[in-house]
Structure formats: C-alpha cells, structure tokens
Design a protein around this ligand. Structure first.
Ligand code: ZN
Length: 876
C-alpha cells in the first residue's frame, strides 16, 4: 500500500507506534486460523446491488483437510450465510452448525462426522454489505455533469477480504482465484486478470468471468465496477491499462507512459518477468485516511489525486508523486505479490522495499528530478519518530492483524536501511541477492532472514548481523566525532556510537554495527569503516574537516565537536548538496533535542547562498515552517522569528519568480510552491498580497493563475480568508463538478487561520457536501492550524466522525489530530480518550502523539530562548 503521507504538508503529522518486543522467530508460526484445513482454490461469484449497498455471493472452495477434524474455521466479517455445504466426489453434507465469532472475525462450520484427510469442496451461499469507506467491497459516489454516479471497488489489505469473501484471509494461504461478477450491462468490470467471458443473464444483467489468477494471497484480490474507460499501452508483452471514470482517461497519459518505463526497468532488475498478461491501475475519486494506492496483483488501485494529472490544478510535485506512487505499486508486483511476507511481522519486506525501489527507479529513469536528495528528507520522517521512546523496530511481532500499525518506520526506515545495506555490499551484489530471493520464493512466502541469506550468498560478505541490528531493535544510532586530530599530514578520526533519543536523552544506548562513510572536505575519495562495540578509529590522508555520513546513505545522526562543526559551517558551500542537507537535518534535530546549539542550524541557514540547491532551500523553508508552529503561543517572539525567516526566504522567491521560466529545472518549480506556501504561512504581506491579486485576477486573465500555482495561491487565500472570501470558496466548491478539484476546494475551506471559519469548516465536514470520504480530510486539514479545536470537535462528534473514517484508521485518526498541539492539557485529553474508547493494544498511536506533544512543549520551552538570543544578535 502507499500511505497518504503526501496529503500532509508536515512530516511530523503521521503517527508513531508503540513498543512491542521484536521476536522475529515467532513469525514462523503466527496464525489466527487453525492449520487443520487449507484452501487450494476459490470459485467466487458476487452479485452487487450498488443502490442498496448490499451484495450476494457464492463461493466454492477446494480445500485440503490436513489433520482430521469435524470443524472448518475461516475468516468472515459482516457476512450472513444462507447455505453451507461440504462435498467429495461421492457424498455431500450440510453443516450441522454455523458459528460466527465477531471478535476473532471467523466463521466455524461443524459437521456431524470427522472429516478424514483429503480434498473436499466447501460451498457457501451468503450475503454482505457494501461499505462507504475503503474496506472490503465499497462504493464511492462522485458528481458528474449528468448527476451523481456510484462506482464500486475493493480494498482488502490487510484483513478485509473477509468482508466480501469468506476465506483463509492470511498472507500465507496462497491459492488461485476464479472470479465472476453479475453486473449491470452498461458497466465495465475490472479485476486482477483479464475478462475471459462476458455473457447476458436472464435478468438483463451480464455475467463477467475473469481468467483465474496465479497463486496469491487473499489481500491482493480486487474488482472494480462502474462507468469506466480504459487507456492502454503495451510493454514486454504485457498490456498496461489505466482505468478511470468516464471522461478522465485523458489525465492518465503520464502515469501510463511512466508505467511502461517502470515495468521494463523492473523486469530487468528482478530477473523474473512480470507474470500476468495485464497490469491495470484503477483510479477512483475520493480518498481514505489509511492509504493512497494499493498494489492488487494486476489491478493496482489508486485514488485519482495520487496518479491523475489535471492541467487545471496539477503541479510538478503532483507529477513526481504520481510517478512515485505508480512505481511503488508496480514494485509491489514482485515484493509483496510474487513473494509475500509469511505474516504481518515482516510487512516491511513489502513496504520498505517498494519505497526503496521507488527511490532507486526514479533516480535512474528521471535523473533530472534530482530525487537522490529527497531520500534525505524522507529518512528524516523515520529518524524523528524513531528517536522517541514509543517507536518500534522495523520487524515487529503482531499476534493479530488488528495490532498492525504500519508507519514511517515500516516504510521510510525500511527503505533507508535497505539503501544503507545496498551501499555496504555493493549495488551488483545486492541486485544478485534480490534475484536469488525472487527466484527461490516466487509464488511463495518468506521472512526477513530468507532475504538476508540470499544477499549474503550473493555478496559473500556478512550482512545479516548489521541487518538485524537495524531491523530487530528500534532507535537511532548517534555517531559522535570525538576528535579529529591532524598529525604529519593525516587526520586521525575517533568515532563513538551512542543513541539519539529525543525524549530519553539519558537512556543507555543500544549497540549497532554501523557502516560509516567519511569524506574529507573538498576531496573526492570516500573512506569506510564499520563502527562496532561502540567505537572506531579512522586515519584519513590530509587535514581538512571530515564529513561523516558522506553521501547520506547511513541511518544514524552525526554529532560533531563544536570546532569541527564550525569548520564545516564555514565551508558549507563547498559541501555536496546532499551533505548540506544531511548536516542541516542533523543540526536542526540535534539542536532542538539539546545535543548541540540550535544556533548552529541558524548559522547555516543565514549563510546559505541563493545559488544553493533548491532542495537545500526547501529544507530551510520546512524547518522555518515547523519552528513557526512552536512560536505560535507567543506572538511577540513569533514576529521577530518571522521577520528573520521572511528575510531569508523572500529573496530566494524573488529569484525563482512566481511564473515558471522557460526550461527551468523541475526542482525550481517545486521550490517555488514551497516558498510561496511557507512565506504565506509566515504571514509575509507581499506574498499574501500577490496571492490575493492573482486569485482575484484569474477570471479575467487565466494566465495569472496557472494550474501549477493553484494550490499554493488558493492555500494562502484560504488560510487568510475573511468570511466573504470563505463563502466565495464555498460556493465554488458546491458548483464544482470535477471530483479532484471539488475535493481540493473543500480542503481549502478547512485551511482558515480564523477560528470561526475553522469551526464552520468542521461543521461542514460532517455534512454530505464534501462526500463520504472528504469529511475526514477536512477535519485533518483543520487540525494542521487548530489541533486542539479539531480534536475537541472530533471527540464531541465521535460517532459521526467514525462513519467518515475507514475502520482500520479509527484508532489513529483521533490522535493524529492532536499531534500538532502545544497545549499541556492535550496530554490528559488524549489519555482520557484512550481510557474510554481504546483497547490497550490500540493505544500505541495515542502514546506516540503524547510523546510527540510532550517533546515539542519541552523543546519549545528550553530551546527557543537560545534561538531568540541568536535572532537578537543576528537580526538587523
Ligand atoms: Zn506499499
């Protein structure tokens, strides 16, 4: 899956998880279902009644009884059975008893006899519900020029196949599926495999039969049904398609072309060709609080905002995200679909890999985007969360699927650790190991150690121990540069390893084996060492200041002695942009945590030249935006900070300009929007005035507001809106007939700084106006400006809010609203919410939000005064 981190504009917005011990070995045996019976094949027939939000189903499951038993237990939720029958070639029996267990999400069928080992056919007739949120079989409504339409889709990861299909709904039960759907004759149906036959039914509907799937896990099954159209292309003998609602396939050209290039690249990389005859990407209007896209085998599902490009509203960043989302899901066709984790403990094998593969493939196919630098900012999401007590390891044991909380550790730490290990063993050895692993476990299941074994075989180098250090234990190593002494023309560098903790600075550090790469400033060669048992010494030729974590492939923070840091700061412009980013990120994070002066970051920000890489400027803007929130409780001090921040960013915006220059690099286009958004949120009157001018002039002269500029300009207009402007935006949102644009306008209504307007937006979120999935997005957007207000509102209206959020996200949605709060009272409120509404196992997101809020209150109290001192000294 691809999580919707991208709809949040600040990195700290996503929740961390709790702290269960890592017991990777348990992954071998975990199951929620008895292993006495296993499925071999499913023949499924679904007849949806979209208008009534119900469906009927019939499934014939070929099963094998592995141990004699009189009971067959499988997964089912919200399913009513009308007939249960078991047969062999000779005999058949009805079930003597059907028992539904809501808490384990199972149905058990008992028979009046002991079933001997062997093959049987289990046939179930049943009915179930169509949801209005993305779980199981679900409906999405959207406006069109000729009225409201409804389309159906499925979303099964992690454990919602059981809402449509009574099944052994665990990733290790891989089988083949043959799916048939009874559909209204004018609609298109799409599933994992191509349509094998479409024939009329007596009642006027059509029966669509899809070709059987290869062996796969239940969570990858998919079907969609609606007034669709399909754009296609061909690559390596595979038919690529993008399925959209009618009239939207024109927005799919970029993702289709990109998918071609990516499929070719990944066919080459994995050494096993994509095995299905077709690969669709199905775009749907709306959204979900838990994901943006899903890798169903042969039929990727994506929300429109994640892959379609509408010239009226899309920016260069949207384009890069569309490429990234599509690449992530295509990478899953191997990592996840062909080879699947045995149990959810190893979810990171899917997600860390798909994320890393996306970075790798983007770098290779789109070098002009310079995404190598983006790897640093994505690593930051993980480092920040991983430095709180509430973090979890990458590999984390879960007893039940409900305990799963995929997060930035699963995705971004997973990806960063893979990048570090690839660098450690070498790219070729890494690719060889991945190929061995793919070949060996194709159509099967694997655990993390299966991968490490194949990598070691290919690399002929021990890597498992390092991999275990970084995936089985939580936390962030801190590499301290203890000394860098120059003698007789060479430098002796003494490194020690501690642990970077934001909220428990005194904790006893864990031990990691840390691959470290060092470079002397202004020279090309790099030097490597493995820090183990807490220390390492390196001798480097020459006497310049050394850069630790040169190239930024390491997953750790680096702390220099003050003098060493000053030397690097004085030569900041001579560093490679990626190391400028790494040092900015480390000094900001370590500065707020009290390990170095927060003034260090400001020295760097002050001396960064206009000519620095756009991503370096993007990082500075991002830190200023985060700091601005910390200052929000004290307007007088905030004004002084804002004056400095604006004085740094405004000249850069003046240089980049508001309108794209001919042939400008993509990185400029992205930075332009970041600068406009940040300056707008810092209250820069010039930028607010210009945004309002362009917004007002757009009707007479559309060139004042090109699509790429629309989001930042509307964002500023909406943020600083008065009641009349808000009403104007509201009217525009109501009149809009394009779902993507409509959703964006409702988001804007939720962006107001004005508290009364924010209240109006919250009330609006619970009405039918923004659609079934738009309301939660609005509440989340309000929380970015007004976390306490949004949190209180959501609790006051919890029952209604819950209907706007998919079930899997409910226990994390409420704490996610609170995360930006700086009010100490929020901690008690969060704990009270957890006491009242959550089982202990579901408390992790609350605990993480509490840890984050506690940290920022403390950091703001202790560290901002040091920044104030610096500002007093450095402001003109
Ligand atoms: Zn994914």
């Amino acid at each position: 899956m691809h999580h919707p981190f991208i709809i949040l504009t600040f990195a700290m917005a996503f929740a961390a998880a709790g702290s269960l011990p890592a017991t990777a070995a348990a992954a071998q045996t975990t199951t929620q279902l008895p292993r006495t019976v296993r499925p071999l094949h499913y023949d499924v027939m679904i007849a949806p009644d979209a208008a009534a939000l119900r469906f009927t189903g019939k499934v014939g499951i070929t099963i094998e009884v592995v141990q004699p038993t009189s009971t067959i237990t499988l997964n089912a939720v919200d399913i009513a059975f009308s007939s249960v029958n078991l047969a062999t070639d000779q005999e058949s029996w009805a079930a003597s008893k059907t028992e539904i267990n809501e808490s384990t999400q199972t149905a058990s069928f008992s028979f009046d006899r002991q079933l001997a080992k062997g093959r049987y056919r289990l046939t179930l007739d049943y009915s179930g519900k169509i949801s209005t949120q993305a779980a199981g079989l679900f409906a999405l409504d959207y406006p069109t020029a000729d009225g409201k339409k409804r389309a159906l889709y499925t979303q099964f990861e992690s454990a919602d196949a059981r809402r449509m299909l009574p099944s052994w709904d665990e990733p290790a039960f891989k089988t083949t599926f043959a799916l048939e759907i009874a559909v209204p004759s004018d609609l298109m149906a799409v599933s994992n495999m191509p349509v094998a036959e479409r024939k009329p039914l007596p009642d006027g509907r059509s029966l669509v039969r899809f070709a059987p799937t290869p062996k796969m896990s239940t969570y990858l099954l998919f079907f969609g049904l609606g007034e669709f159209e399909r754009a296609t292309a061909e690559q390596d003998g595979v038919e690529l398609g993008v399925v959209t609602k009618k009239g939207s396939s024109g927005q799919a050209g970029f993702v289709l072309e990109s998918s071609k290039a990516v499929l070719k690249e990944l066919n080459d990389y994995f050494g096993v060709k994509y095995p299905l005859p077709k690969l669709d990407n199905v775009a749907a209007p709306g959204g979900s609080q838990s994901f943006g896209a899903m890798e169903n085998w042969g039929a990727i599902f994506s929300f429109e905002y994640a892959i379609l490009l509408d010239p009226a509203i899309s920016s260069q960043l949207d384009k890069q995200r569309a490429f990234g989302t599509a690449t992530h899901e295509i990478a899953h066709q191997w990592f996840g679909n062909l080879v699947t984790m045995r149990w959810w403990d190893d979810l990171w094998l899917n997600e860390g890999f798909a994320s890393w593969m996306t970075d790798r493939t983007t770098r290779k196919l789109r070098p002009e985007w310079n995404t190598a630098l983006s790897v640093v900012s994505r690593r930051e999401w993980a480092l920040d969360q991983d430095a709180l007590e509430t973090t979890q390891p990458v590999v984390r044991h879960v007893e039940t699927v409900e305990q799963m909380r995929p997060d930035a550790i699963t995705y971004q730490k997973g990806a960063a650790v893979i990048g570090m290990l690839e660098d450690y063993v070498g790219r070729k050895a890494w690719a060889d190991g991945v190929r061995l692993y793919m070949k060996k476990y194709a159509y099967g299941n694997a655990v993390s150690d299966d991968l490490w074994t194949q990598i070691e075989a290919a690399a002929r180098k021990p890597v498992k121990a390092i991999a275990h250090d970084f995936t089985l234990q939580p936390g962030v190593p801190l590499i301290r540069v203890e000394s860098a002494l120059c003698s007789k023309g060479s430098t002796v560098l003494k490194l020690s390893q501690g642990e970077f903790s934001r909220d428990h600075p005194g904790k006893k550090p864990l031990r990691w084996r840390v691959p470290v790469i060092v470079q002397q400033l202004g020279t090309a060669p790099t030097y490597r060492t493995l820090v183990r048992n807490g220390a390492a010494t390196m001798t480097l030729p020459g006497c310049g200041p050394a850069i630790v974590n040169a190239g930024q492939s390491g997953y750790y923070r680096t702390l220099y002695q003050a003098e060493h840091f000053s030397q690097l700061a004085a030569n900041f412009t001579a560093l490679n942009p990626i190391d400028q980013l790494g040092i900015l990120a480390d000094s900001w994070s370590l500065g707020m945590a009290g390990l170095q002066s927060p003034a260090d970051f400001f020295d760097l920000a002050k001396n960064t030249p206009l000519a620095a890489d756009p991503k370096v400027w993007g990082k500075i803007a991002g830190v200023f935006a985060a700091l601005d929130r910390s200052y929000s409780t004290d307007p007088a001090r905030q004004a002084i900070f804002r004056k400095f921040a604006i004085s740094r960013l405004a000249p850069k915006l003046a240089q980049v300009g508001w309108i794209a220059q001919a042939n400008e690099p993509d990185t400029f286009a992205i930075l332009r929007n970041e600068l406009i958004e940040t300056l707008g949120s810092l209250g820069d009157p010039a930028v607010i005035g210009e945004a309002r001018r362009r917004y007002a002039a757009r009707a007479g002269d559309p060139s004042t507001l090109p699509g790429a500029l629309r989001r930042p300009v509307l964002g500023i207009v909406a943020m600083h809106a008065d009641a009349a402007t808000w009403d104007q935006l509201h009217a525009a949102a109501l009149a809009e007939r394009t779902p993507l644009v409509k959703d964006q306008l409702f988001q804007m209504l939720a962006a107001a700084e004005d508290v009364d307007l924010a209240r109006k937006a919250l009330a609006l979120a619970l009405t039918a106006e923004p659609g079934e999935t738009g309301g939660a997005m609005m509440i989340r957007r309000v929380a970015m400006q007004h976390p306490d207000l949004a949190f209180d509102f959501a609790l006051d209206n919890l029952a209604t809010v819950n209907t706007k959020v998919d079930k899997i996200s409910r226990s994390r949605f409420i704490p996610s609203l609170a995360r930006g709060s700086l009010d100490p009272a929020m901690i008690a409120k969060l704990n009270a919410y957890a006491e009242k509404h959550l089982l202990p196992a579901a408390r992790r997101d609350v605990n993480a939000a509490v840890a984050n809020i506690t940290y920022w209150i403390k950091a703001s109290r202790e560290r901002l005064p040091l920044i104030d001192t610096w500002l007093a000294r450095n402001s003109s």
